[in-house]
Design a protein around this ligand. Structure first.
Ligand SMILES: Cc1ncc(COP(=O)(O)O)c(C=O)c1O
Length: 357
């Protein structure tokens, strides 16, 4: 017997969820709120799209094109093609992993905070989560994870973490991952700004998925290109059975292939971002009003000690949008700023100096 009102009940349940909180859209402001990459030049990006569009025919489904992207990724990452899967942004890959491998009966082990989209997806699908909180200095304690492994089915770590910028020491994360027998998802969206990648481990492990993206280091967030590296059996099932037939559009695929042909541009921009990250951290640390945390990503998290709304509004008034995160653990007023171009970062630091100096 079908229960009357089942749909309305389900809909009410979903309506009570918050969903992923995107930053507010302001016009004409410096956008330092979404960990995008503006160091990659506008012209580079326009040329990429122009050239991608010249070789695409969007009247056709992108049959076989995704394989070409996988081939290009395989050369770039030095990983066999049958160990690479693709998705419409890494968001979609994470979502498909959750919908197909997790359920209300499987427990996810992750950190608090973790990537907001992943957390919201677990809520949407009623997947129970165990969250290990960050310590006061915004680091994670490996032993707390070790203890909880036995009661978990899936381990999700964003490495480096969004929004803290923390990355475990390689030997610690490897120890954790090797000990776990369930499914391990290591989200390396910011991996290029960090100290290492776990890609090589996926060559010897059958339960590890390393997720990466073109959105951050490659500066192509708008194209929605994500990929992952895993054992060939996982990739086979994901690509043949789980993934949509045509998850990526033709122009994005071609642009991705072209971007992979110029790896020097990516490593140059990444190095610039790392240098600028240090400049932002060093400058913000001059103010007693802030506690500034180390970062291995393309953003910096700082606690404005209760004055987060004030700082956030003052930045908007100066035409700069940063991300207000509020309370994280014992820190009352956290803000996160993306590392932009030198000019953008200088404007941000000047605005902070005007406010506090
Ligand atoms: C940790 C983490 N993973 C994944 C993503 C999603 O990236 P994509 O643009 O590939 O969907 C983000 C985006 O901010 C992120 O912070």
């Amino acid at each position: 017997m079908i229960k009357k009102g089942w749909f309305q009940k389900k809909l009410r349940g979903y309506a009570s969820l918050q969903g992923y909180q995107k930053p507010q859209k302001y016009t004409g402001v410096l956008k330092l709120d979404s960990n995008e990459n503006f160091v990659i030049g506008k012209q580079y990006q326009q040329d990429l799209i122009h050239n991608a569009q010249k070789i695409s025919d969007v009247r056709e489904y992108p049959l076989g094109r995704a394989e070409k992207l996988v081939d290009a990724l395989s050369k770039y990452l030095k990983v066999p093609q049958n160990m690479i899967g693709i998705g419409n942004g890494s968001d979609q890959i994470l979502d498909l992993i959750l919908t197909n491998f997790a359920s209300p009966q499987t427990r996810v082990l992750t950190s608090e905070p973790t990537f907001g989209f992943f957390e919201e997806r677990c809520k949407l699908y009623s997947i129970p989560t165990t969250k290990i909180p960050f310590s006061k200095d915004m680091t994670l304690d490996l032993s707390q994870f070790m203890e909880k492994l036995k009661n978990s089915n899936i381990l999700y770590i964003d490495s480096p973490n969004n929004p803290t910028g923390f990355q475990f020491l390689r030997k610690d994360l490897e120890k954790l991952v090797k000990k776990f027998e369930g499914l391990v998802i290591i989200d390396e969206a910011y991996g290029k700004f960090g100290d290492y990648s776990l890609i090589n481990l996926s060559k010897s492990m059958t339960n590890l998925i390393v997720v990466q993206t073109f959105s951050k280091a490659f500066g192509l967030a708008g194209l929605r290109l994500g990929y992952f590296i895993a054992n060939k059996n996982i990739v086979d099932v994901f690509s043949r059975v789980i993934q949509y037939p045509y998850p990526l559009n033709s122009i994005a695929i071609e642009a991705g292939i072209l971007a992979l042909q110029k790896p020097q541009i990516i490593s140059d921009t990444t190095n610039t971002i790392k240098k600028e990250r240090k400049r932002i951290i060093d400058n913000l640390r001059k103010y007693d009003a802030f506690e500034v945390f180390d970062s291995k990503a393309n953003f910096v998290l700082f606690d404005a000690k209760g004055a987060d709304s004030h700082v956030f509004t003052a930045m908007i008034e100066q035409g700069i949008s940063i991300r207000k995160l509020g309370k994280i653990g014992k820190h009352e007023g956290c803000l996160r700023v993306t590392v932009g171009t030198k000019e953008m970062n200088s404007k941000f630091l000047l605005a902070i100096r005007d406010l506090l100096g």
